[in-house]
Design a protein around this ligand. Structure first.
Ligand SMILES: [Zn+2]
Length: 391
């Protein structure tokens, strides 16, 4: 089925899309597919710089496109612009309705609150449309303070919350500061994207305790579309293989080809996300391959402490066991050609730092220096928290 969809889509792409015409020839079988070149984000950025403002990856004349979004630029890159046609936007919304919401048990009865600013970044726009397609009530939490969002959710009887995992915890902190008990509220399901937190056990438990809800993970990218979601087993993320072709490089990097966004498609795109594929079939019955424990981290987020390779998600899984810690970053610097790493924490109780440091040593097998800073020192992100800072 994947090969059939790919071949049908490529017929038009190779006829009119300058970016892919230069790179690809036709595909008649999987052998041909595996010979196609891999594509990187920097190649896409270069193409947009060379052919402003949208680049040359356009299958149709510009008047066919109805939406423009752009990447968050959280990695410090220039934002990448992405165009959708009515058909490809419909594809996004359908995947949300049929796969992401359905796996989380969201139905037409639900009231879905999107705690998000609705700027040019694509995140949660497609979730909003997908919820409407499902017949649910869609509530925008744009242009509100965190306190207004908390009160709005409760006043309107929202049953589903969508936001980043870090922001879900931030909302819970704000709720307790203003004396609102979220766990007694109406939210029963939370869906998170932008960071791997909802697949990190300690982060997920903290969210679930704060809201008395079940938390689900969702993976996706502006330039690719909605790629995966967690399921009832909640020990990983299923990749939606009916809408994408997924491959994993020897170093664990996930590569994806979308099969429904032909106006601006991506073929064999290097996501920069590092994954590990589960060997066993999932207890939920899904036939799609599962990424064990969700996305482990960005390929370029790995850091080394005394020869031990670590990802921010491993640190987060320990840090989030402490509700006294409200924010954290991993500070990386080079001293005398040695990698030095410090975990910088905002904690309401400084005594927690020694216990946390001992727990980290136990779990990671290496001593990671911790330093507490006053509340309000670290940046608060609504979008994607930056967990590694290089000095
Ligand atoms: Zn499953």
């Amino acid at each position: 089925m994947q090969l059939g969809k790919l071949r049908a889509g490529l017929t038009q792409v190779l006829a009119t899309n300058a970016f892919w015409r230069e790179r690809l020839s036709g595909v008649s079988g999987w052998d041909d597919f595996e010979r196609l070149p891999l594509t990187t984000k920097s190649e896409l950025l270069e193409d947009q710089a060379a052919h402003p403002p949208f680049g040359s990856n356009l299958t149709h004349p510009l008047d066919r496109y109805v939406r423009l979004h752009q990447t968050s630029g959280s990695s410090g890159d220039q934002p990448l612009r992405w165009l959708d046609t009515a058909e490809s936007w419909e594809w996004w919304e359908r995947i949300w309705a049929e796969h992401v919401y359905t796996a989380a048990g969201v139905t037409a009865e639900d009231r879905v609150f999107h705690a998000f600013s609705f700027g040019p970044f694509i995140g949660f726009w497609s979730a909003f449309g997908g919820a409407q397609r499902l017949g649910a009530m869609c509530i925008s939490g744009g242009a509100m303070t965190s306190e207004q969002r908390v009160r709005n959710m409760l006043d309107l009887g929202a049953t589903v919350l969508l936001c980043t995992p870090t922001y879900a915890l931030r909302l819970a902190d704000v709720a307790s500061e203003v004396g609102v008990n979220l766990s007694a509220g109406s939210v029963r399901t939370t869906i998170h994207a932008g960071e791997p937190g909802a697949s990190i056990p300690a982060t997920r438990s903290a969210i679930e305790a704060a809201y008395s809800a079940v938390a689900y993970d969702h993976t996706g990218m502006t330039e690719l579309g909605p790629t995966g979601h967690s399921c009832s087993a909640r020990d990983g993320v299923h990749l939606i293989e009916s809408e994408f072709i997924f491959e994993v490089l020897p170093d664990g990097e996930l590569v994806a080809t979308n099969l429904g966004r032909w106006g601006m498609p991506l073929i064999r795109y290097r996501t920069g996300d590092r994954v590990e594929i589960a060997d066993e079939p999932c207890s939920c019955g899904s036939p799609f391959m599962k990424v064990a424990g969700g996305i482990r981290g960005r390929v370029d987020d790995m850091f080394t402490v005394r020869g031990v390779n670590l990802y921010p998600s491993q640190v987060e899984d320990i840090v989030r066991r402490y509700r006294e810690v409200t924010e954290f970053v991993i500070e990386r610097r080079t001293e005398r050609q040695m990698d030095e790493v410090t975990l910088v924490l905002e904690a309401t109780d400084e005594l927690v730092v020694d216990r946390l440091q001992a727990d980290l040593r136990q779990a990671l097998g290496v001593r990671l220096e911790c330093r507490a800073v006053p509340a309000g020192t670290l940046p608060k992100a609504e979008l994607k928290s930056k967990r590694i800072v290089t000095r």
